[in-house]
Write a protein that binds this ligand. Structure first.
Ligand SMILES: [Zn+2]
Ligand SMILES: [Zn+2]
Length: 332
C-alpha cells in the first residue's frame, strides 16, 4: 500500500507511490519521432479495442456515433492513492503519516487517439465536463473523500505519460495545506469585508477589462493580475459558487465552450504548448461557504521553476498578464 507522510516543519503532505515509477511512457517516443499522431494506436490502453489493457471500466458515456462511446472513466492502473486503507494518522517517532487512502481515476475524453480538446466540437467537450461533474458529485458522497482534484496534463513538460487525450481525478483523504491556505486567506477577507474575495476580483476584472479574454453570461475568462507564469488563465463562474459540484447544466455548456475556445487559442497562437489545468474547488463539508469560489486554472508550461522559486515560493514571470491577454485577444 502507498503511504503519505507529513513534513513535520511545514505540514505539507507527500505521497509515496513507488509503483508509479514503472509506468509506461509512450509520450517520449511520440515526441522524438515528431510525427503526427494517428487516430488509433495499437499499444494504447485508452484506444477502442484495447480494453484488455484497462483494469476495468467504471463509466462509459455514449457518443453521437452509433456503437461508439465518447468518454470513459477507468481506474488509474498505476494509482497515486488507492481505496484500501483508511484516513487515520499514525506516528513514527516525531513524524506523522497515514495510509495511502484515496482514489485515482482517468477520464478518457475521446475514442480517437489524436483528437485534442481544441479540435473537438463544443458538444463533445460538454460531455467531458458532464463526466467530470458526474464523477465529482458521486465521489463527494463519501465522507472520507476530503478533497477531489480534477486535472489535465498535456504534453511531456506537463507530466503526462500517455498521449491519448485524458484527464484525471485524484481523491485525497485529507485536505492539503495548500488548499487550506487559500481557504484561510479568503476567510480572513470575508471576515474583514463581508464579501467573497473571488467575487470582488470578478467585479474588478469585468470593469477594468485589461486582462479579460472572454466573457459570457456564466463565466469570465481572464489572465489573473498576479499570474505566476505566462498565459496563466482562470475560467471563473460569475455567480458565487463554492463548489464545482454546484455547476448548472447551462453553465456546463458555457464552460465547455470557453475551455475549448481558450485551448484552441493557446494551441494556435503558442504552437500547441504543454499545459496543465486544474479545477480548484472547495473541500468536503465546505460547498456552501460564502467565501470560497471554484475556478478552472490553466497553466501553460512555458517556463521552468528553478532554485529561486523553490527557495522563496515566489514565481518569476517573464510576461505581463495584460500583454498576455492582448496577445490572446488579437485577431490574426
Ligand atoms: Zn489511444
Ligand atoms: Zn464568490
Amino acid at each position: 500500500m502507498n503511504e503519505i507522510r507529513q513534513n513535520k516543519a511545514t505540514k505539507q503532505w507527500v505521497i509515496y507511490a513507488t509503483a508509479r515509477g514503472k509506468r509506461p511512457h509512450d509520450f517520449r517516443r511520440q515526441k522524438d519521432e515528431s510525427e503526427p499522431l494517428s487516430v488509433f494506436d495499437q499499444g494504447c490502453p485508452f484506444c477502442p479495442g484495447n480494453e484488455g489493457m484497462l483494469p476495468s471500466i467504471l463509466i462509459e458515456v455514449p457518443g453521437k456515433k452509433p456503437n461508439l462511446w465518447q468518454a470513459r472513466v477507468v481506474p488509474n492502473k498505476f494509482p497515486a492513492l488507492t481505496p484500501e486503507g483508511d484516513t487515520s494518522r499514525f506516528t513514527k517517532g516525531i513524524y506523522v503519516g497515514m495510509q495511502g487512502y484515496g482514489k485515482h481515476e482517468v477520464i478518457i475524453e475521446t475514442p480517437f487517439h489524436n483528437q485534442q480538446i481544441a479540435q473537438m466540437s463544443p458538444e463533445e467537450v460538454e460531455i467531458i465536463i458532464e463526466t467530470y461533474h458526474r464523477r465529482y458529485v458521486d465521489l463527494m458522497k463519501e465522507h472520507k473523500n476530503m478533497m477531489i482534484i480534477i486535472f489535465r496534463n498535456h504534453g511531456l513538460q506537463a507530466g503526462t505519460s500517455l498521449v491519448h487525450p485524458h484527464s484525471q481525478i485524484i481523491v485525497t483523504g485529507m485536505v492539503p495545506n495548500h488548499i487550506r491556505w487559500r481557504e484561510e486567506e479568503s476567510q480572513r477577507y470575508f471576515d474583514e469585508w463581508g464579501r467573497c474575495v473571488y467575487c470582488d476580483i470578478l467585479d474588478f476584472e469585468i470593469r477594468d477589462r485589461k486582462r479579460v479574454v472572454l466573457e459570457d453570461s456564466s463565466f469570465l475568462v481572464f489572465v489573473p493580475y498576479a499570474a505566476e507564469g505566462p498565459f496563466e488563465i482562470w475560467i471563473m463562474p460569475k455567480n458565487h459558487q463554492a463548489s464545482f459540484g454546484q455547476i448548472s447544466d447551462e453553465s456546463k455548456s458555457d464552460l465547455a465552450f470557453g475551455l475549448r475556445e481558450i485551448l484552441a487559442r493557446l494551441h494556435k497562437k503558442l504552437n500547441n504548448p504543454d499545459y496543465n489545468y486544474v479545477i480548484n474547488t472547495s473541500p468536503q463539508y465546505k460547498a456552501d461557504e460564502p467565501q470560497l469560489h471554484w475556478y478552472l486554472q490553466i497553466r501553460p508550461r512555458l517556463t521552468t521553476q528553478a532554485g529561486f522559486e523553490i527557495g522563496s515560493g515566489i514565481s518569476i514571470n517573464p510576461s505581463l498578464p495584460e500583454t498576455d491577454a492582448d496577445f490572446l485577444n488579437k485577431e490574426e
